[in-house]
Design a binder for this molecule. Sequence first.
Ligand code: ADP
Length: 605
Amino acid sequence: MHILVLNVGSSSLKAAIIDPLNGQRMISLTAERLLDDPVAEFSDGSQVELKRTGHENALKSCLLALKDKLGDTEISGVGHRVVHGGEAFDRPVLLTDKVAMLIGEQSRLAPLHNPVNLRGIEIARELFPDHNHYAVFDTAFHQSMPRRAKTYALPKELMDKYGIRRYGFHGMSHQYVSRKAAEYLKDDLRNLRVISCHLGNGCSVAAIEFGRSVETSMGMTPLEGLVMGTRSGDLDPGIPTYLHDQAGLSLEEIDHLLNRQSGLAGLSGVGNDLRTILEAASNGNADCQLAVQVFTHRLRKYIGAYAAIMGGVDAIVFTGGIGENSKVIRHRAAQRLNFLGAIINEDANSILQLSEDQPVAEFSMRHSRVRLLAVKTDEQLAIARDCSKMIAKADEVNQLPQIPVAISARHIHLTRETLDTLYGEGHELKVRKWLSQPGQFAAEETVTVVGPRNQIERVRILGPLRSKDQVEISRTDEFFLGIDAPVRESGKVENTPGCKLIGPAGSVDIEDGVICAWRHIHMTPEDALRFGVQDRDVVEVSVGGAERSLTFGNVLIRVSEKYALEMHIDTDEGNAAEIQPGDTGVLMNTGSTGHLVKRKLSVVR
Ligand code: ADP
């Protein structure tokens, strides 16, 4: 299979014909300076004849030349990189007229990128009318960020009206390198907390917790966050007003300043190429020395912050032109992280050389708990793979069974030891009601859960006893109790807050174990096979039929021989969706994006 991947920028075009299985390029094309002095060269060294007749013509000539190069090779689809998917897209999609229109509508959020992406799409659709085209978004991977990470502290109505929130970018790269890292570590990405540092001309960091992006440094636009080639990154929001007042700069000039004249280029005074800056810095240029220090100081600040957000980190990944190639930046970013459990191997770092044959290399010490990795990113291959997955999914027929939906009220699981303290030595739980999951029961016994703010009485104990205490509460309970409980799958209680429990015979302060249960679907391995999902995949649920539907993202799949097919949501979610006893769901096929199998599960009455 071959996919044509296109990345149309405001003054450049990057294209490649890729085999999504092995990443091999049949041919690739790089065209630059399309606006004024266009040059375009294929990977085989041949050039495209381009006249100085503007962006559109240059694009058309390049794509026609590419079509020529194809000869008899069949392509299975065309994948387009689109910078901003806004609220509308959380996954790659088949390009239809409606999708093209929606991409156009996101232009207000990315005026420099989306209109040219769209123009590229239109020209390519004219030149390759018989093929399916797909759009893959830089922002989609970060749609999984929790609201607290997505939200700016601005008036709510204003943000709703203008779509102001944090979206994040470089999603294809962060997703690709975190998967590569997991492969290298021979672990499942769903067990890992990864901090991924994409350091190219644009730079961003992402916190990827158990496979999902939970934070990233770029925001509504790619200007927020790290110091970049020509972008300032984070800034006191008072500075633009100050510049306007004091330096008399217009809004347009400030925008240009922050996007094009700042970052490494602004600080160093010798341009945005880090190689030049490092060279000058070692020859004593003080501005370049400071540029390198500000760049890595900011990066370290984010690494520390993201470790705090995830309650720890298992791997830190460096990628992009700088992350893959600069041992100096990797050294400056990763030294003195021993307190986090990351111990750099300086020798390994300094000889590290990535290549096609060695796309991942490690530079942490053997005894380092956190693994430090450099990974070669490949956004074009990530796009090609997303397209091939959509092509494969298109043929699937949907004949899937319905899934009962149940509301899970607040409850608690206890260890033998805690039960002994709360109810007396050797106390046996009495079964009040057997639950749908085989062997599980609601006990007669209840406990009082005490938080810093309030307490909740009569919280039901579920049996049988477990090896860890776990208190599962809803978001509303969380605020009532005054506890900041993370959304977790059952059993994952590391780095969660604790609380006080009171029973008739005594009380216990548990150190951790309070969670908001991650909405989930229990199923047997046979069910999983039928649904085409695996344990700990994440799916999507839309509830309430056609006219008033509510979509639940991030529904976790749990597979075990012991389970009966059932979806569990908490009381808040059940109320929001007006779920009634006996409601059921059905799984519908949509485009899948790797192990985050995003499918739609619509709940029908
Ligand atoms: P883009 O974001 O445009 O794809 P790249 O990922 O290619 O950019 O990264 C470009 C950056 O990588 C430039 O700042 C360049 O100086 C830097 N870079 C490339 N090779 C090296 C190297 N050997 N040492 C230091 N920096 C490097």
